[in-house]
Design a protein around this ligand. Sequence first.
Ligand SMILES: Cc1cc2nc3c(=O)[nH]c(=O)nc-3n(C[C@H](O)[C@H](O)[C@H](O)COP(=O)(O)OP(=O)(O)OC[C@H]3O[C@@H](n4cnc5c(N)ncnc54)[C@H](O)[C@@H]3O)c2cc1C
Length: 180
Amino acid sequence: MFERGRLANDNPPRLRSFDDKGNRLDLVEYHPSYHELMRESIGSGLHVSTWQHDATPAPAPAEVARAARYYMVAQIENGHMCPVTMTRAAVAALGAEPGLAAQLMPKVGSATYDPRFAPWWEKTGITLGMGMTEKQGGTDVRANTTTALPSGDEYRLTGHKWFMSAPMSDAFLVLAQAPT
Ligand SMILES: Cc1cc2nc3c(=O)[nH]c(=O)nc-3n(C[C@H](O)[C@H](O)[C@H](O)COP(=O)(O)OP(=O)(O)OC[C@H]3O[C@@H](n4cnc5c(N)ncnc54)[C@H](O)[C@@H]3O)c2cc1C
């Protein structure tokens, strides 16, 4: 595992903007070792083991058990822990939208890591990223200026995010100011 961590960090992700025919891709390619680390951590449930399939908290000692295993993985490689961490954390917000949670949780809860660049509904497992930080607002998220305006059943987001470090996530929890 340490060797995988070394290889993943010696071979950083690369942006592939276009495919061979010139079509826009915006694909971020990772070294196979990164995918192996993801496969291990997701296969062990580190991304979701504190949640049940309906996005409600799993019974004790789920948090403690996960924290102990997470601590061990943190000794090996931290880059892949980012999407693992964000996926688990984003489920807390997903729980506020039971309809959306019912659609996404079967994929989020999967122990099969699926790194394919494909729509989320075609994949066996998905990860969730976060778009919180703005240049003027890191720790102090109240300084964020991105807006979320209701548009039918959805929200229209307008703003600028910075530091979205897991760009190949299948969905993003985006923090924005909505009308009160
Ligand atoms: C490796 C990495 C990956 C990341 N990935 C993501 C991502 O995927 N998505 C995303 O949205 N963000 C991501 N972030 C950004 C991260 O969330 C921010 O870096 C974090 O919120 C801190 O914000 P900042 O860097 O602007 O620091 P600042 O907010 O400028 O803080 C700088 C220092 O000031 C202190 N400080 C700030 N405000 C106060 C206060 N009011 N009182 C006392 N002390 C204060 C802080 O504790 C800190 O020590 C990532 C960051 C890192 C390092």
